[in-house]
Structures are given as structure tokens and as C-alpha cells.
Design a protein around this ligand. Structure first.
Ligand SMILES: *Cc1c(COP(=O)(O)O)cnc(C)c1O
Length: 397
């Protein structure tokens, strides 16, 4: 039995081996799919990329999917496709990974950070409306933790001011809003296949859209801005190509595409397992006064990339850092998502200051991400619940 002495004070930890906050699942079929490509003629820019894109469009129910080599490249391609340039403002949530805002800077645009809803930590449409200026061109919404934002209200604002919306959906594959899948909720939606995300290709990403012109622009952009790729030229036997835009090499390889296609087949079961874990957490934390899970939006199906709690610091005698350290000592790999983007030194050097988004900054002091990934056993889930209970009751105010 677990003692009442915390592991950080020399007591017995809830678990000996650290449970990570996220982890990939790779099976023999995934490995076979990669090995088959390694034995084939095409390691990159071959048939597996198009096969993956076709599988992704049908899994999401969207017209176009453009595969790239990271979620960051997906965001950059999306911002490029919308024609963002110096002088343009793009409204962004601060409660995200830096790449969501960096993509605007890559194209010379200006990220304008607006505050979040304190219950869901999703971009607050009211703050978006107040931030719109003559120069605003787009909004980058992030489906934080895996829950879709309020796209109905965001689109009402976008239509009034002729703005486009990018959904950074890196957390939310498999989620939906009022029956419409994530990946179809915005002009452009971006996904990541980093190993902590729902499905992985090692590194990888994709952008979905129903707009054929935007898709074509992004296909060129991932290939140096060139109008045809190696596979297309080998089919026609032609050497000729032209560069039309200043693009990048953001191509996904064929073996990564094969891995991602194989992973995609298991997505539904994995999302269901994440949701089941979240329900166990919700039930347990309803009994713990110092622990407040994020709020759920009506009509939203949450994909639970993250399970985030906000600590009720008023009910604790220590801060988030102490709870973090105590949980790590208990063998629970908690994490913090995220430091508000504009508080990073690079952004501060651009002139962004503390106080810009007070609700995001206050939430940042309270948040912890708990382990959630499909391969977690029920015993793993119980360990997390036991450790959170042990630590927060020990430090009760
Ligand atoms: C993971 C992630 C990214 C970046 O994806 P990479 O594949 O690591 O480049 C961007 N935005 C969000 C919200 C993410 O979670």
C-alpha cells in the first residue's frame, strides 16, 4: 500500500517507473508497412504520399489533404496559402505551442494574441472581436487539448470582416462540433503526427481544406514552389519544371506516409480509449476539491490529446511547481501545456509584455497535463488518480 508520506519526502512512490504524459503505439502492421516501402523504388515523393492523402480525406470527410513533414510546416503552408504578408495581422491564441504563432512570423505577419475562456482555455470569440483592425486578415484558433473552438461565433466575426480561419487541430483529430468533424470546421485545418499526438509518422503533418486553389498552393509550397513533383514527372517522362513561389522542402517521405496510413486505421479506437480515460478522470476529480478539470463545450466531441486540470490554488498551501514536482516523484509524468506564447523570450524581444492576456497568464499558473494515451491500462489510470489525490490532499490548505 501507498504510505501517507509523499515520495518527494522519502515515502513510497505510487509507481516506480515514470508514466509518461503521452506515448505512441506502434504494432507489427505499422512496422511491416514501413519495411515494405524501404524495399520499394520510392523512399520519398512516391505513391504512398497520395495514398495517405486519400485515406486522410476520406477519414475526415474533406475534399483535400496536403501532407507535409511536420505540424509546423502545415501551419506555415496554411499561413502562406492565405497570402499573409508584412503588415497583415493574424489573431492567435496564446495558449498553444509556439509554432501556431511562429507560422505568422515566418511570412512577415504580426501575431495579435487574444485571451482565452478561463474554463476551456479556448480562444474567446469576444476578445477576437475586440482585436479586429483594418489590418486583420485571419484567425488561428487552436482546439486546445482536443476540444473544438466556437467556430460558429468565430465565423460570424470572420464574415463581418472578411477574415479567413485556420484551425490548428494538432490536438483534435477525431473530435467534432455539432456532428461536423474536426478538419472541416475552418478554411484550413492543420494536424501534426509527432509521436505524442493521436497518430504518428515520427515527424509529419497535414493540412485539410475544401478549397482546391488553397490545396494547390500548399502542394507547390511544400516542394520549393515548384509546379510538378518527381513522381508526376516520372509518369510523363518530362524533365521540365518551373518554380512559381518561394517554397520550402516540406515533403513527407513515403515510409512516413505508409506509417501514418497504417496508424490512421486505428484512430477511432484510440480516440475512444482516450475519451474513456478522460471519463474516469472526470469522475474521480469531481470528488477532489483542489482539482478542476477543463470545461466541456456543448455540442463538442473532445478528442483528448491532453487531459488538463486547473489546480484550485486557493485550496492548496503550495504552488503548481510543488504539485508538479511531487507528482513526478510519485512516478506520474505530468507536464505543462503551455507557457503563453508571448511570454517566451523571443516574443518579449519583439515587444510583447506580461499582462497582455491576463486569463491565459492566470491559467498558466494552475495547469497540469496528466497522462493520457491509448495504451494506458486501467491500473495506470488509477495510479494517476491515486497520486493526484495523495498529493493534493497532503498539500490541502
Ligand atoms: C504539436 C503541435 C504543433 C507542431 O507540430 P510539430 O509536428 O511538432 O511541428 C503545432 N501546434 C500545436 C497545437 C501542437 O500541439
Amino acid at each position: 500500500m501507498v504510505g501517507t508520506v509523499l515520495a518527494i519526502d522519502g515515502g513510497t512512490p505510487v509507481r516506480r517507473l515514470l508514466l509518461p504524459y503521452g506515448r505512441q503505439t506502434i504494432d507489427d502492421e505499422d512496422i511491416a508497412a514501413v519495411v515494405a516501402v524501404l524495399r520499394s523504388d520510392w523512399l520519398t515523393t512516391g505513391p504512398k504520399v497520395a495514398e495517405f492523402e486519400a485515406a486522410f480525406t476520406s477519414a475526415i470527410g474533406v475534399s483535400h489533404a496536403v501532407a507535409v513533414n511536420s505540424g509546423t510546416a502545415a501551419l506555415h503552408a496554411a499561413v502562406f496559402a492565405l497570402g499573409i504578408q508584412p503588415g497583415d495581422e493574424v489573431i492567435v491564441t496564446p495558449m498553444t505551442f509556439a509554432a501556431s504563432a511562429n507560422a505568422v512570423l515566418y511570412q512577415g505577419g504580426t501575431p495579435v494574441f487574444v485571451d482565452v475562456d478561463p474554463d476551456t482555455l479556448l480562444i474567446d470569440p469576444g476578445t477576437v472581436r475586440r482585436a479586429v483592425t483594418e489590418r486583420t486578415r485571419a484567425i488561428i484558433a487552436v482546439d486546445y487539448a482536443g476540444q473544438p473552438c466556437d467556430y460558429d461565433t468565430l465565423y460570424a466575426i470572420a464574415r463581418e470582416h472578411n477574415l479567413r480561419i485556420i484551425d490548428d487541430a494538432c490536438h483534435a483529430i477525431g473530435g467534432s462540433l455539432n456532428g461536423r468533424p474536426v478538419g472541416t470546421l475552418a478554411d484550413l485545418s492543420t494536424f501534426s503526427f509527432h509521436p505524442v499526438k493521436h497518430i504518428t509518422s515520427g515527424e509529419g503533418g497535414v493540412i485539410t481544406t475544401d478549397d482546391a486553389d488553397l490545396a494547390a498552393r500548399m502542394r507547390r509550397f511544400r516542394n520549393h514552389g515548384i509546379d510538378s513533383d518527381h513522381h508526376q514527372r516520372s509518369k510523363t517522362g518530362s524533365w521540365f519544371y518551373e518554380m512559381h513561389d518561394l517554397g520550402f522542402n516540406y515533403r513527407l517521405t513515403d515510409f512516413q506516409s505508409a506509417l501514418c496510413t497504417s496508424q490512421l486505421a486505428r484512430l477511432d479506437g484510440w480516440v475512444a480509449r482516450r475519451q474513456a480515460i478522460a471519463r474516469q478522470y472526470d469522475a474521480a476529480f469531481a470528488q477532489m476539491p483542489a482539482v478542476r478539470p477543463l470545461g466541456y463545450r456543448a455540442g463538442a466531441v473532445h478528442a483528448h490529446h491532453l487531459y488538463v486540470i486547473q489546480l484550485e490554488l486557493e485550496r492548496l498551501c503550495v504552488d503548481r511547481e510543488a504539485i508538479y514536482a511531487a507528482l513526478r516523484a510519485e512516478g506520474i509524468g505530468v507536464n505543462v501545456h503551455y507557457i503563453p506564447v508571448y511570454l517566451h523570450p523571443y516574443y518579449r524581444e519583439q515587444g510583447y509584455q506580461t499582462g497582455l492576456c491576463p486569463l491565459a497568464e492566470a491559467a498558466y499558473q494552475r495547469i497540469l497535463s496528466l497522462p493520457v494515451f491509448p495504451a494506458m491500462s486501467d491500473a495506470d489510470v488509477q495510479d494517476v488518480i491515486d497520486a493526484v489525490g495523495k498529493v493534493t490532499s497532503f498539500y490541502a490548505a
